[in-house]
Structures are given as C-alpha cells and as structure tokens.
Design a protein. Structure first.
Length: 513
C-alpha cells in the first residue's frame, strides 16, 4: 500500500537506504513512465523553443521580454534534462550536485527576475503616464532644443536600473553558488571520497544515504532565499493588473504558488525519508508512506521536474499557443466593421476611449504607444494653431506679431487637457518646414519617443528611425513623424484595440457612428 502509515524498523530502514532504482525490477514500470515523459517533454520543449524564437518579433513574445524568457527556457530545458536523466541511467555524483546547486539556482533566479520585471515595469508604465502629464516638470523650456527633454531623464534611468538589477540578481548569486560548491568540494577530502568525479552512481541511493550532504548546503541556502523572495514577489504580483487571463501575471503568480508548495513538500520528504540526521539518532523510524513517496518521486526530484515542465509551458509554450490561437481568430475578428482600422482611428479621436486604451496599455507594458499618439495629436494642433496665428498676422500686415503669441502656454494647455481631434479646421501642408517657433516641441517629441535611448521610446522600425533622424538633421517638415505614427497605430490596432473592443463594444457602438 502506498499510504501505509506504519513505521519501519531498523533493519527495514537500512535495507531501504541501500535499495537502488536503476536495476530494481520493482520500479520497472515507473522507469518506463519516466522514459516516455523524458522523450516527450524533450521533443515538446525543442519545438516550443524553435517556435518561440521564430515569433520573437511578435507582440505577445515581446511583451514577455524575449531575451530573458528565451534564456530561461533554454536553462529550464537543460535543468529538466539533467533532472530526469538520473531516473533512467547511472550518473556522476558531481553532476547531481551541479544540477541542484548551480543549474537550479540559475533557473530560479531567472524566474524571480521575470517576476520582478513584471512588478517594476508595471509601476514604471504608471510612472510614465503620471510624469509625462505633470506640467510642473516641464514648465521651464530651454530654447536650445537638444537640452530639453520631457518629462525628464528619470524614466530612462529607471529602465536602465531595472535591467541592471535583473542582471545582478541572475549573475551574482549564480557565480557565488559555483564558487561555494567547488570550494566545499575541493577543500574537504571526505566530499571527494563520497562524491568521486569519475564514478557513476545510482542517484536514489546517493540521495537516500545523503552522500556528500555537505555539498548540498549551497542548494538549501539558495532554496531558502528563493522561497522567501518568491513569497514576497507573489504578494506584490497580486497588485499587478493584467488584461490577459493567462498572461504574464498568471504565469508568474501560478509558478510562485506552485514552487512554494513543492518546496514545502520536498522539505518534509527530505526530513522524513532520507538519512539527513543519521540512522540511529532517533528511536522512531520513519513511516512507510514517506519512504514509498520518496522512492517513487526519486528523492523528490520528480516534484521539481513537474515544476520545471509547468514553468517552461507557461513561459514559452503558452505564448506560442496564444499567438497561433490569435492568428486563427484574426480573420473572423476583422470581418466585423467595428474591427476595421478606420473605426480604430475614430476610437483614437475619442478621449474617453483613449483613456481606456491607456489603462490597457499600462497592463500590457506598452503605454508609450498611447502617449506617442496623444503627443502626436498635440503636435498637429500646434501646427494648426501656428498656421492660424500666421494667417492673422499676415492679414494685419504685421508678421512680427506672431512672436507675441504664447505657444508654450498653448502647448501645456493641450498636454493637460487632451481633447477630441483638432480644435482648428486649418489644413496642413505635409511638406511645410517646421517653423522655428515649433522646433523645440518636435525635438522633444523625438527625444521622448523616437530616440532609441528615449525614456518612452516606441518600437518602430530602424528604417523609420534613420529616416526621421536624417530629416531632423537636414530639412525637417511637419510630417516628419507620420511614418512612425502609422507604425504605432498599427501596433495598437493589433495588440490593445482587440482588448478594448471586447470590453467596450456595446458602449462604443452607442458612442461612435
């Protein structure tokens, strides 16, 4: 019986500690099951990684940070491979130690970094909105356009700090775990005897008898730290809002909960079913149920394999599935007249719906696209206002009076009170050179959204960026950002507009005609 709660005696426990796994016919069926799981999971992971890489430029993949997620997927694949393999063949003891101490640590740190990234960038997107719309930060404008940045460079500093923090969280503890493992191994002759480099062993016997147990101190230290930070990040993730039911928040939060539970179960198993405390330290020997579970789960490694498979699935495979699922429904979706690009432009001219788009974009970590659109609209109003004021000055025969108009005040009025469309009906010649009075506003727009190092840079093509930069240096016209606008609108149309339409279709049908 699997759930036999009777306690074993001394002889039974010693026999249990010396019972292996690889050549034991009692575990033949279990080994066959593991073999199927091993080859199936390896094939599935390889296909998922290939597709994930191919779709690296898609919105769904970019949202999850392709580089960090892809590296995490490869490390998880290797970790799972080295975790299941000892259940099928004899393996070197030092390989088991390396997997537990270093590879597991690396995978856990990448996951923690991804959770931290979700938390920090979620609040950063809110910060972009609040800072961008804060008039006090931009009241004083230096007429030398290259020195004027709106709102300020603090957004860029935060983004760089987040990336540095994530890199430090991954690299520093991993290096420390490597140094500690090999320092313990080479400094203690007993460890080299219990865990010889060239000798292959049965992993289950090795774990039951707690051979080279001192080396696993590294694993226990980092696992404890991981569980603490995992619980903290899980709590913080509760305050992150994600528009997707199975999006980034679901991924990180579900893994956090699962890892916490599995680690608690493993701690209990290691305490109750392995020789951590010495065979004869206690008069009471463990219950048979813990020994049976320990053997079936290969010393608890199977539990971590389940976590690794789930971690890989929700971080790499699920986004790929979501992409192809979205592609299948795309044609049916865009047959709806309300789903057309023309209708989306009507949405973008409606302030209340733009506010909704902004909230969705915050949760999708792409609020810079909506901010780009709002600021672009303000630039168009500035051009229209200039043409009206120029026409008035020309009618009274005093062009110099144009210098008396307070464009700065008008600009901040528009920035603080985003309204529908343009209040002016003046047509604009796209080849019109940018007037000197408006150059600072176009330059600050470039620094904010187009420059790759800008605090709210949008994800437009390199070709478009080069074209804008070339025009900025030579002969900038009022239509300089039109190509970028088309790309940004296209991104919003394919990413956040479907979410808005799903939420507010009834309201939109009554509002827009």
């Amino acid at each position: 019986m699997l759930f036999n709660t009777t306690r074993v005696n001394s002889q039974e426990f010693i026999e249990y500690l010396n019972t292996g796994y690889i050549n034991n016919d009692d575990f033949k069926t279990v080994r066959n099951v593991y073999s199927v799981i091993f080859f199936t999971s390896m094939a599935f992971m390889v296909v998922s990684l290939v597709l994930f890489y191919k779709l690296r430029d898609s919105y769904i993949i970019r949202q999850r940070n392709f580089t960090l997620t892809f590296i995490g997927g490869i490390c998880t694949f290797i970790d799972l491979f080295t975790s299941i393999l000892p259940q099928l063949v004899y393996i070197h003891c030092l390989s088991l130690v390396s997997t537990s101490n270093m590879l597991n640590t690396l995978v856990n740190l990448i996951f923690l970094s991804r959770s931290l990234r979700v938390i920090l960038f979620y609040h950063l997107n809110y910060f972009k909105v609040s800072t961008y719309s804060n008039e006090k930060l931009s009241r004083r404008m230096n007429c030398q356009a290259q020195k004027y940045v709106e709102p300020n460079n603090y957004l860029l500093v935060i983004s760089k700090k987040i990336n540095k923090i994530i890199s430090a969280i991954i690299i520093i503890p991993t290096v420390i775990s490597i140094i500690m493992t090999y320092a313990l191994y080479f400094s203690d002759p007993k460890m080299r005897e219990e865990c010889p480099v060239m000798e292959k062993q049965d992993a289950l016997i090795n774990m039951k008898q707690n051979r080279a147990g001192k080396l696993y101190i590294v694993f226990y230290v980092f696992s404890t730290m991981f569980m603490i930070f995992n619980a903290i990040f899980a709590f913080l993730l509760l305050f992150v809002k994600d528009v997707n039911k199975y999006g980034v928040k679901f991924e990180c939060l579900s893994i956090s909960i699962m890892v916490f539970i599995i680690n608690l179960v493993n701690i209990i198993l290691q305490r109750r079913a392995s020789n951590q405390e010495g065979i004869f330290k206690y008069n009471k020997y463990p219950q048979r149920v813990f020994l049976d579970i320990y053997e079936i789960t290969e010393g608890g490694r199977t539990l971590f394999c389940i976590v690794l498979i789930y971690m890989f699935f929700v971080s790499v495979s699920l986004p790929v599935i979501q992409y192809y699922s979205a592609m299948r429904t795309k044609n049916a979706y865009f047959q709806d007249p309300m789903s057309s690009l023309q209708y989306f432009y009507k949405v973008l001219k409606t302030p209340s719906l733009v506010n909704e788009l902004r909230e969705i974009a915050i949760r999708e970590f792409s609020v810079e696209n909506v901010l780009f659109w709002e600021s672009y609209q303000v630039l168009q109003k500035m051009v229209n206002r200039y043409q009206i004021e120029y026409k008035r000055a020309k009618e009274i025969g005093n062009i110099e009076s144009l210098n008396q108009y307070d464009f700065e005040k008008y600009y901040f009025q528009q920035m603080q009170n985003y309204s529908e469309g343009s209040e002016d009906n003046c047509s604009c010649d796209p080849n019109m050179p940018i007037p000197n009075e408006l150059r600072p506003y176009f330059t600050q727009f470039y620094n904010m959204f187009v420059d790759r190092n800008g605090p709210s840079a949008v994800n437009i093509s390199g070709k478009t960026i080069k074209k804008i930069y070339h025009e900025m240096c030579l002969f900038p016209t009022v239509s300089i950002f039109d190509d970028a606008k088309e790309e940004v609108v296209s991104m919003m149309y394919s990413s956040i507009f479907p979410i808005l339409l799903k939420r507010n279709k009834k309201y939109m049908s009554n509002t827009l005609v």
